[in-house]
Design a protein around this ligand. Structure first.
Ligand SMILES: *[C@@H]1O[C@H](CO)[C@@H](O)[C@H](O)[C@H]1NC(C)=O
Ligand SMILES: *[C@@H]1O[C@H](CO)[C@@H](O)[C@H](O)[C@H]1NC(C)=O
Length: 305
């Protein structure tokens, strides 16, 4: 085959989808880093208001159209999981705030519809975590990955193997003490996350849960491992008290990063809290500035002068 023809054939293959994977190659020039929020609900991670080099990409298949638009926030109406395709998704909580590809492990107020009716189900597009990460052009920094995937967090992150090391800062929703929010999923901090993330070269920095869930910062891997070695005893005590769900955000930092923590907070107090969760105590040196954001509740900031 003549070289010219080979080029043409390759071009045709590409045009038919036989070639390069899709890529976010038309982002505004000047963008150098990306915050990714999977399962954003109505409160996506927002880019700092005054730093035009940062964009945020939020994924939510149920409430995407209700997320208020913001500069440099991109909203993708899709679920993310270990594999792509099409799936049914249970819409839980009246506002779709905790919809999942999985079935709840128990019947509770948050997952039954009005007066006990079955929750509605939607058919949603699902992207593989790998395709999401690979779509971010390699020249861009993937500064933060925040997941709140209602049980799919661990399997999705584990599905990409060493590709996860593109991300220096990770916040993931985890389950604790062997309690399951959804059936058939592995998302336990001690059983699944901690051993895996240590193997992948991440430092466990903190666990931060609401209500009865633990709030802990870890001095190092051994501190987190000790916390986990005491998990079985705690688990029984929780069960005896009738606790069915225990969830928290886990904070991870890649072992070799020298980047500052991602700028994701609104109030000064929150800046300090979240920075501490990522193991950063001298946050003032980064001069982050609180920035008010939409949606209510979440705390995201910009970096000041
Ligand atoms: C970070 O973790 C990776 C993967 O476990 C490992 O190969 C590497 O040596 C570690 N680097 C540092 C600086 O600890
Ligand atoms: C803006 O964000 C970039 C990363 O995209 C970071 O390197 C830079 O320090 C930030 N600038 C300011 C002024 O915060």
């Amino acid at each position: 085959m003549r070289p010219g023809r080979l080029v043409l054939t390759l071009a045709l293959l590409r045009a038919r989808g036989g070639g390069a994977a899709p890529l976010l190659d038309q982002l505004p020039s000047g963008v150098t880093s990306v915050l990714i929020n999977i399962g954003s609900s109505l409160n996506p991670v927002l880019p700092p208001p005054e730093n035009r080099s940062v964009i945020s990409i939020a994924f939510d298949p149920i409430v995407a159209s209700e997320i208020r638009s913001k500069p440099r926030l991109y909203v993708v109406p899709a679920a993310v999981s270990e594999e792509g395709g099409l799936a049914t998704m249970g819409v839980y909580n009246a506002d779709g705030g905790s919809s999942s590809l999985l079935k709840p492990a128990m019947t509770a107020e948050w997952n039954v519809g009005f007066e006990g009716a079955l929750p509605p189900t939607k058919i949603v597009p699902v992207l593989s975590m790998q395709s999401v990460l690979e779509a971010i052009p390699p020249r861009l920094l993937l500064w933060l990955l925040k997941t709140d995937m209602q049980g799919k967090d661990f399997s999705a992150v584990a599905s990409v193997g060493s590709l996860i090391r593109r991300v220096p800062y990770i916040m993931s929703e985890v389950w604790l003490e062997n309690l399951h929010t959804y059936e058939g999923a592995s998302n336990d901090y001690c059983r699944d996350w901690l051993p895996y993330m240590l193997k992948m070269g991440y430092r466990p920095k903190a666990l931060h849960g609401g209500g009865r869930a633990p709030r802990r910062t870890f001095a190092g891997a051994s501190d987190a491992l000790t916390f986990c070695s005491q998990s079985t005893g705690r688990s029984q005590a929780r069960r005896n008290k009738g606790v069915e769900i225990l969830e928290a955000d886990a904070f991870w930092v890649r072992n070799d990063t020298s980047l500052p923590p991602p700028p994701i907070f609104i109030t000064k107090a929150a800046i300090n809290n979240e920075a501490i969760h990522f193991g950063v105590r001298d946050i003032d040196k980064y001069n982050y500035r609180p920035g008010l954001q939409s949606g209510g509740g979440n705390v995201w900031a910009g970096r000041g002068k």
